[in-house]
Every structure is written in C-alpha cells, then in structure tokens.
Design a protein around this ligand. Structure first.
Ligand SMILES: [Cu+2]
Length: 193
C-alpha cells in the first residue's frame, strides 16, 4: 500500500510541474539615452511569495556597486562585500532609510529588504558610487541585457501588466504599465519609451 501511495504522489508531482513552472515572457526595452540595464517586472502575480533563504549579493569593486542594478523579491537579504583596499560605506535615503556603516576589504554587511520599492545605494566616502536595489512583490522579473532584451521565466499562462525600472525614467513613464498575455507558455512584449 505504501509504495502505491508514493508512486501516485510522484506521478502527481510530475504532472503538475509544467504548470507550476509555466512559460516565459520575452521582449525588449528601449529607453532613449539609457546605456544602463533596466529591470522589467510583472506588477502583480497570483499566489503567495515566500522570501528566499538564499542571500543576494552586491560587491563593491573598483569604486562601483556590482551589479549596479539588483532586483530581488521582498524579504530578501542582500550581502554587501567590499573587494577594494579602501573602506566603503552603504546607505540609502529611500523608504525606511538605512546606513550599514563603514567596513574594510573582505568584510560583508547585510540588509534585509522588508518593503517593496526602489532603494538607491550610496557610499558616503565615494559620492560617485551609485547603485539600485529594486524590491518586488513577486519573482517574475528580469534585468535587460546590453541590447535591451529580457526574458522572464516561470510565468504561468495569464494576463499581466509589466512595469519597468530605470534611473532614466521619470513620471509618467516610470508608472506606465504594459499589458502582456502569456498563452501556451509564451508571451512577448516590445517596450519603447
Ligand atoms: Cu565607497
């Protein structure tokens, strides 16, 4: 009896897997005058989202934040590692605002993002340093490549609204929504500002 139950459970898992892991949204984002990547994300997705146990990472290397732009799901902890021989600081004036202090090469400080929103990352020692953490309500997001192309994975079939974050976008562009239908596992979107 026990083997039969586990066989059934295994078969059910296999049958559900394609639905759970869904399809993809592929597309492109063109922003006039923007050389930097953008984050494309599904504004609202069905289902509950658990914060990932794995940490995300931003390195401070050669006086820059790498990556410059980091999308994460709300509840994610980001580790900031200093690779440089000088000390760095990390602070953000956005939302609840924070200052992680100053630390030396090889050391890490962490911050857990509890609310959605865009958090500018700055260093009080090096005013030229700037980065962004984009905290999102669901894991359906992607960063554009150098050509502006993106691919959002694991999207169940359905109707969605895409939004874009780029430092270059001001209101009303930054609030614009781009509808996309995912049907049969695929959806496409060409976004131009
Ligand atoms: Cu610095």
């Amino acid at each position: 009896m026990i083997p039969r139950i586990s066989t059934l459970a295994f078969a059910t898992t296999l049958a559900c897997a394609p639905l759970a892991w869904g399809g993809t949204i592929t597309g492109s984002v063109k922003i006039k005058g923007a050389a930097q990547p953008a984050v494309v994300y599904v504004e609202a997705a069905p289902g509950a989202v658990a914060p990932p146990s794995a940490h995300a990472h931003i390195d401070q290397q050669k006086m820059t934040f790498i990556p410059y732009l980091l999308p994460v799901v709300v509840g994610t902890t980001v580790d900031f590692l200093n690779h440089d021989s000088v000390t760095h600081n990390v602070f953000s004036p956005d939302a609840e605002s924070y200052n992680l202090g100053t630390w030396a090469k090889g050391e890490t400080r962490s911050y857990t993002f509890k609310k959605t929103g865009v958090y500018t990352q700055l260093c009080s020692i090096h005013p030229e340093m700037e980065g962004f953490v984009v905290v999102l309500s669901n894991p359906l997001f992607a960063t554009t490549d150098k050509a502006g192309n993106f691919k959002i994975a694991n999207v169940p079939d359905g109707h969605y609204a895409l939004k874009v974050f780029s430092k270059k976008l001001k209101k009303p562009d930054k609030d614009k929504k781009f509808p996309v239908d995912v049907s049969g596992g695929t959806g496409t979107s060409a976004i131009t500002f």
